[in-house]
Design a protein around this ligand. Structure first.
Ligand code: UT7
Length: 308
């Protein structure tokens, strides 16, 4: 059985930097409230899911030292596909000259982590290389007159190139979960904005991060002491702090990017992973916990050995 290895990574951000003070010009909010309640200081807005994905993917392909022609499949995790039909993955496939399949995955903020598990299965059963992207243009479904959501979200994309390896590979375990009875907590109807019951999402998020992370560590046969880094979904700094406390993970081991990018849903884990790599927070052999949660609700935790 083959496994996966990460061989390339890249990111792209919306073109316009929007600070908390910028939002406070038109909304009844303040930099102080947003920073204290969420940890967010700024976010990037703009671009399309396709354009952000293509840019992030070009960078990931350059790091891997390969061209699109050497990729067998594009998996795009997004909740804000540029169109209803076709998938946005096909725009990326065409732009990058990829010859294989192309598929959008909608598991909300857990989408990238779900995508890693899907890619692992495809690589185990014959594909050689997969381009996996998490990308969002949440600004298209954000009501910028509603202060309870407008301050939270941003646009961006993170991409990785995954290659099949002989042996079990570097994805040591994964745990996927969902509970559709909670779909009313966070949703957007066709043509409408995002609605969220923030406090409930917060409470449930901490619980599913802790439970699924513990399960993923058990499955991999490791403990929190073996982890070099945690790369959580970036929705709220207080959620990450709470989860770290309950898991017994030092906060300094959690990658934090919510301050710079806000909540970018499916893009948040790959953006944080790329920043961790570029900031030299990972060395070969390190064990990383990726953990995501979001609308659905869905959640996903996985243990990755960093071995590029
Ligand atoms: O990625 C998908 C998953 N999403 C999440 O994980 C989000 C989870 N939830 C959260 O992060 C938090 O619940 C929020 C950041 C969304 C809200 O923080 P909170 O501490 O739960 O605040 P709240 O909703 O209970 O609101 C407290 C007060 C309210 O005023 P009153 O009723 O106490 O007078 C709100 O109207 O804060 C008010 N408020 C604001 N004030 C200033 C809400 N939004 C704002 C704002 N600026 N932007």
């Amino acid at each position: 059985m083959k496994g996966l290895r990460v061989i390339g990574w890249g990111k792209a951000l919306g073109e316009k930097l929007v600070t908390n003070d910028d939002l406070a010009k038109t909304l009844d909010t303040s930099d102080e409230w947003i920073t204290e309640r969420t940890g967010i200081r700024q976010r990037y807005i703009g671009g399309s899911v396709a354009s952000l994905s293509i840019l992030a993917s070009q960078r990931a392909l350059a790091v891997a030292g390969i061209t699109g022609a050497e990729i067998d499949m594009v998996l795009l995790a997004t909740t804000t596909s540029d169109q209803i039909v076709p998938s946005t993955a096909v725009a990326i496939q065409a732009a990058l000259g990829i010859s294989g399949g192309a598929l959008d995955i909608n598991a909300a903020c857990s989408g990238f982590a779900y995508g890693m598990a899907v890619a692992n299965g495809l690589l185990a059963t014959g594909l050689r290389r997969i381009l996996l992207i998490g990308a969002e243009q949440l600004s298209t479904i954000t009501d910028f007159t509603d202060r309870s959501t407008a301050v939270l979200f941003g646009d961006g994309a993170g991409a990785v190139v995954l290659e099949a390896t002989d042996g079990p590979g570097d994805l040591l375990s994964y745990v996927l979960g969902s509970d559709g009875d909670l779909k009313h907590l966070l949703y957007a109807e066709h043509g409408s904005y995002l609605h969220m019951v923030g406090k409930e999402v917060f409470r449930k998020a901490v619980q599913v991060i802790v439970d699924s992370s513990n399960e993923a560590m058990d499955k991999a046969g490791i403990t929190v002491n073996d982890l070099a880094l945690m790369v959580p979904h970036q929705a709220n700094l207080r959620i990450i702090q709470s989860a770290c406390q309950r898991l017994g993970i030092e906060e300094s081991k959690a990658m934090i990017t919510v301050d710079r990018y806000g909540n970018t849903s499916a893009a948040s884990i790959p953006l944080a992973l790329v920043d961790a790599i570029e900031e030299d927070r990972l060395k070969p052999g390190d064990l990383v916990l990726l953990t995501g949660f979001g609308a659905g609700m869905t959640w996903a935790s996985l243990i990755l050995r960093w071995n590029p």
